[in-house]
Design a protein around this ligand. Structure first.
Ligand code: GLN
Length: 279
C-alpha cells in the first residue's frame, strides 16, 4: 500500500521542504490532537484528507519563517505553558535568566515586595515571578491592548493574580513605587537585518530606534521616581548593549551595577540597585 497521506509521508514532506523534524512532529501532533510520542509509534497511520490539507498550509507557513509557537499557539516559559499569538513576542529562553535573577532578589526585598514588569507582552516574566513567589505583588504593563488580552488569558489559565495596566512605559505610573522593576523591552536597532528574520513578531516588541536603546533609555529615565530605595532594576538587552546600559544606569544614580550572560555566553541582562542610604 502506498503511504501517501501517512504520518511518515507527511514528515518526509517536511524534511524535503527543510522544516526541522522536531518542529514537524510537534505540528503534526497538534493537528491530530495527538502527542509526538504517539505519532512516532504509529507512523503508518493514515491522515484524513482535511489534515493533509491543513498540513500543507502549516508546512508552508513554517517554511516561510513563521515561529513554531504561533502555529502551535503556545510556548513554554519558565515552566509555564503560555498562549502566544502574533500580538506578542514569543517568550525566549534567555529571558528566563531575568526571571531567575528577579526570584533571587525578591527574597531580599521584604515579605511582600512590589514588582513591576514593563512591556509584559504575553505576561511571561510577570506570571513566572508570581507563580514562583506568590507573596509578591506583581504589576505588569503593555502599550498594546491586544498583547494585554493575551497576558490576561495566560493569567487566567494559571490562576495567577497580576495587576494589568495598559500603558506606554511609565505613563500613568508616576505616583507608584516598586521594589523591583524588570523589563525585556524592544532593543533591536532600526535597520538591523534581524528585524527581517523576526518579521512575524510585533515590530513594537523588537525595534527601538536607531541605536536600539530608545526603550531602555525611557525605562531608566523613570526609575529614580519609581524605585524604592534598596530596590532593583533588571533589564534584558542586546549582546552588545551592556556598556551603554551600564552608563544609563550609572547616570541615573543606580549602584551595584551587575551583568549576567545568557546560555550562549552573551551579555544579556544588567541589574542595578537604588542606594538604600539617605537620599
Ligand atoms: N532577543 C530578541 C531577539 O533578538 C529580541 C527581543 C527584544 O528586543 N526584547 O531575538
Amino acid at each position: 500500500m502506498s503511504d501517501t497521506g501517512s504520518v511518515k509521508a507527511a514528515l518526509a514532506d517536511a524534511r524535503r521542504r527543510g522544516v526541522d523534524l522536531l518542529d514537524a512532529q510537534l505540528m503534526l501532533a497538534r493537528l491530530l490532537g495527538s502527542t509526538r510520542t504517539r505519532l512516532i509509534a504509529h507512523d503508518e497511520d493514515l491522515l484524513a484528507p482535511e489534515v493533509v490539507a491543513r498540513w500543507a498550509v502549516w508546512l508552508e507557513r513554517r517554511r516561510a519563517g513563521e515561529p513554531l509557537a504561533y502555529l502551535l499557539g503556545e510556548k513554554e516559559f519558565h515552566g509555564l505553558m503560555l498562549e502566544v499569538t502574533p500580538d506578542v513576542l514569543v517568550p525566549r529562553p534567555e529571558t528566563e535568566l531575568l526571571v531567575d535573577w528577579a526570584l533571587e532578589l525578591s527574597s531580599t526585598l521584604g515579605d511582600t515586595p512590589r514588582i513591576l514588569d514593563l512591556g509584559t507582552g504575553s505576561g511571561a516574566i510577570a506570571l513566572a515571578i508570581k507563580r514562583a513567589r506568590p507573596q509578591t505583588r506583581v504589576t505588569a504593563t503593555d502599550a498594546s491592548r491586544a498583547a494585554l488580552a493575551v497576558a490576561r488569558r495566560n493569567a487566567e489559565r494559571h490562576a495567577l493574580d497580576i495587576e494589568w495596566i495598559e500603558a506606554f512605559w511609565w505613563q500613568g505610573l508616576e505616583a507608584r513605587r516598586f521594589d523591583l522593576v524588570v523589563a525585556n523591552p524592544p532593543y533591536v536597532r532600526e535597520g538591523d537585518p534581524a528585524l527581517q528574520i523576526l518579521g512575524h513578531e510585533p515590530r513594537s516588541a523588537l525595534a527601538s530606534g536607531g541605536d536600539g536603546l530608545e526603550a531602555l533609555r525611557a525605562i531608566v529615565a523613570g526609575i529614580e521616581r519609581s524605585l524604592n530605595s534598596g530596590g532593583w532594576l533588571l533589564l534584558e538587552h542586546g549582546f552588545d548593549q551592556a556598556g551603554p546600559v551600564r552608563a544609563l544606569m550609572a547616570a541615573a544614580g543606580l549602584e551595584d551595577i551587575r551583568l549576567r550572560r545568557d546560555l550562549a555566553g552573551h551579555p544579556r541582562a544588567s541589574g542595578a540597585r537604588r542606594s538604600s542610604g539617605p537620599p
